[in-house]
Write a protein that binds this ligand. Structure first.
Ligand code: NDP
Ligand code: GDR
Length: 336
């Protein structure tokens, strides 16, 4: 029997990590994931994939670690010897990055350097994926592609720009197969509950169930290019199968406002969003990113990648998922 290819995923407990782990397991990989120690289990998104490690069929293995702990990354990479490393771990919330700029820099920015340097130090021959972001384009007007200048508008965006350039530098300086996926917003029923799309889909289901009266929101005019996370992890994998390391934008190329997303979601259950949505300035950011619309022609032409799910369908799919699990949710999310 052939030895399975090994992949290491940082951020495996997050939205994208869980879909990527699923995809790689389906493709026959042995998947290793880095998990942060927490006072409660934080593996809810991947529990369905886990097989006890004593079982000979087990192909998913979890290890404690943290992107702020460089020596741990060295010992772990040395032990696992993965052929592919996907760096998805980050403090990924833009609004929170204004409250925690230093930690965001340490994890989202310097965390990538720690991982790249660990790979270099032990001489690991692997392919590296960096989760770069459309937030790097920030205030540069759309459409944005691989040649668009960066103008980050948050500590998160700035940390991602640093990680992007470190990834390119390790590619150019050491010949490492290091690739940036510049992904635009992508969502799913596993999206964190304080990101705008999931906040909306959960509120719709709570309102229908009579558990919530109003939804408090910030800027409804922001334009985003929202795709489906399951489609986007496929693009990550394709990038590491390419002949050469490179940088790719991944997006749907469509544009909707937060207001549009509200309308698609409430309309799906025959409610008028304007009756339920109220403004709270707490959800505004000191500097906003007004409009992100990606041009993913390169990913289409070189990798053969195209999105399957577009924003209106995504909104409906997320509302349906939250409507189906409403009975399992016992409390409303804290107002964060
Ligand atoms: P999530 O916030 O859902 O997941 C982030 C993951 O990173 C979690 O597993 C989290 O662990 C882990 N993590 C956070 N800090 C550390 C740390 N210091 N050490 C180790 N692990 C850590 O993000 P997504 O899945 O949505 O996004 C994945 C990546 O892609 C992120 O880097 C994000 O910035 C980037 N990105 C996301 C986009 C999107 O639209 N979703 C678009 C473009 C880029 P825990 O579960 O313990 O919190
Ligand atoms: P974003 O996602 O900042 O684009 O970053 P988020 O869903 O948080 O915000 C999208 C837009 O909605 C506006 N907005 C609100 N946002 C939140 N969270 N809560 C609200 O109540 C609210 N009201 C209006 C925001 O101002 C913003 O304009 C995401 C993250 O996944 C990043 O990690 C990733 O890199 C980028 O997408 C691409």
């Amino acid at each position: 029997m052939e030895t399975p290819k090994k992949a290491l995923i940082t951020g495996i407990t997050g939205q994208d990590g869980s879909y990527l782990a699923e995809l790689l397991l389906e493709k026959g990989y042995e998947v290793h994931g880095i998990v942060r120690r927490s006072s409660q289990f934080n593996t809810g998104r991947i529990d369905h994939l886990y097989v006890d490690s004593h079982d000979p069929r087990a192909r998913l293995f979890l290890h404690y670690g943290d992107l702020t702990d460089g020596s741990r990354l060295v010992t772990l990479l040395d032990k696992v010897q993965p052929a592919e490393v996907y760096n998805l771990a980050a403090q990924s919330h833009v609004r929170v990055s204004f409250d925690e700029p230093e930690f965001t820099g340490l994890s989202t920015g310097v965390g990538s350097t720690r991982l790249l340097e660990a790979i270099r130090m032990i001489g690991l021959e692997c392919r590296y994926y960096q989760a770069s972001s459309s937030e790097m384009f920030g205030a540069t007007p759309p459409p944005q592609n691989e040649s668009t200048p960066f103008w980050p508008r948050s500590p998160y965006g700035a940390a991602k720009v640093y990680a992007y350039w470190m990834t390119r530098n390790y590619r150019e300086a050491y010949g490492m197969f290091a690739t940036n996926g510049i992904l635009f917003n992508h969502e799913s029923p596993r999206r964190g509950e304080t990101f705008v799309t999931r906040k909306i889909s959960m509120a719709v289901s709570n309102i229908v169930a009579g558990k919530q009266d109003y939804l408090y929101m910030g800027n409804l005019d922001a334009v985003r290019d929202w795709g489906y996370a399951k489609d986007y992890v496929e693009a990550m994998w394709l990038m590491l199968q390419a002949d050469q390391p490179d940088d790719y934008v991944v997006a749907t190329g469509t544009a909707y406002t937060v207001r549009d997303f509200l309308q698609f979601s409430f309309e799906h259950v025959n409610l008028d969003w304007e009756k339920y949505v109220r403004f709270d300035e707490r959800y505004l950011r000191p500097t906003e990113v007004d409009s992100l619309i990606g041009d993913a022609s390169k990913a289409r032409d070189v990798l053969g990648w195209t999105p399957k799910v577009l924003t209106p369908e995504l909104a409906r799919l997320m509302v349906d998922a939250d409507m189906n699990t409403i009975d399992l949710r016992t409390k409303l999310p804290a107002q964060l």
